[in-house]
Design a protein around this ligand. Structure first.
Ligand code: ADP
Ligand code: MG
Length: 309
């Protein structure tokens, strides 16, 4: 059984225009869908349009055109239901320093109109491992605890979809792992998670599905596994003067794609083998290399192009 879409956008556009001479096309004809209970990562460098996307979903930014559907509700027709279906965790930590976590969650539940007897404050505090800090002033919480409290805040109305904008930007490694664990736990409880990040590694660790955004355009959209396969395997073609005696795994991770009297095409894993090793292997077999071409249309190049500038 295929999982249902819980969120999709069609031909979504956002143009910011302060004055007529200078407008920024922050999202260009964006199409993507997120399936139930998946962890979806929107990856891209600064300025790619990630926050614009999230802010449209959360109602902070008005889209220029296109369709947004969340949990079966159209953003234009049912904005309140869309809002109720989402828990948004902003990038910036903005907590009132004089409230304790328990009080803050109760207040926030009030904002969302959650009745007292329907609140799950204790459960949420446990989920983000803050049950022991329930009564401490926010200002006394560590950075990590504050981040977790922001996640807790997004959960008070039990939304089926939680969206986090760069949850780990500027967060140290230890805390990052802890956040990932908390998010995985939430996901195991059935919550669909959408996060943005500019760390490739984070997307790899966390996400089932990844969309890569660059300058407002989706340049890749696939399962993490497929994207990683593309990243790690590199293909290279040698033009040779004779057929060479080479087999799969003659060198670590090497795979022969084709081999004949004047051409050898192989693939290998970048982190296990270097092209220099293949070249010296060919040299040791007394074949002459007349030309080398590498497949540079792979995702790594996309990433590099994205993360440069
Ligand atoms: P990201 O979150 O991926 O870093 P943003 O969505 O914040 O990207 O920004 C995308 C583009 O839109 C950038 O060029 C940014 O300068 C521009 N932008 C974002 N917010 C505004 C705004 N309120 N007014 C004008 N331009 C904006
Ligand atoms: Mg951003």
């Amino acid at each position: 059984m295929s999982k249902k879409n819980v969120l999709y956008v069609k031909n979504l556009n956002k143009i910011y225009s302060k004055n007529s001479s200078k407008s920024i096309h922050a999202l260009s004809n964006l199409n993507l869908e997120v399936k139930e209970n998946e962890i979806f990562g929107l990856l891209g460098p600064n300025g790619a349009g990630k926050s614009t996307f999230i802010n449209i979903l959360s109602g902070l930014v008005n889209k220029t055109s296109g369709e947004v559907n969340v949990w079966g509700f159209d953003l234009d027709k049912n904005p309140r239901q869309v809002k109720a279906s989402l828990g948004i965790v902003p990038q910036e930590v903005n907590l009132d320093p004089f409230f304790n976590p328990k009080k803050l969650l109760e207040l926030h539940a009030g904002f969302y109109g959650v009745k007292k007897n329907e609140r799950i404050t204790e459960t949420i505090l446990k989920l983000v491992s803050l049950e022991n800090q329930a009564g401490s002033y926010s200002r006394n919480l560590s950075g990590g605890m504050k981040r977790r409290l922001l996640i807790a805040k997004a959960l008070v109305h039990q939304p089926p979809i939680v969206i986090l904008d760069e949850p780990t930007a500027g967060v140290d490694v230890e805390l990052r792992k802890n956040l990932w664990e908390n998010l995985k736990l939430l996901n195991e409880q059935g919550v669909t998670i959408i996060l943005t990040t500019h760390y490739i590694h984070e997307a790899e660790q966390m996400c089932d599905q990844i969309g890569i955004l660059n300058k407002g355009q989706l340049v890749a959209l696939d399962t993490t596994k497929n994207l990683l396969d593309k990243i790690q395997r590199k293909t290279v073609r040698f033009v040779l003067n004779s057929k060479v005696n080479i087999k799969d795994n003659s060198l670590n991770s090497l795979k022969i794609i084709s081999s004949n009297s004047n051409e050898l095409v192989v693939s290998y894993e970048k982190n296990k083998l270097e092209i220099e090793k293949i070249i010296s292997f060919l040299g040791s077999q007394n074949v002459k290399i007349n030309d080398i071409t590498t497949d540079d249309g792979d995702l790594e190049d996309v990433f590099i192009k994205l993360t440069k500038n």
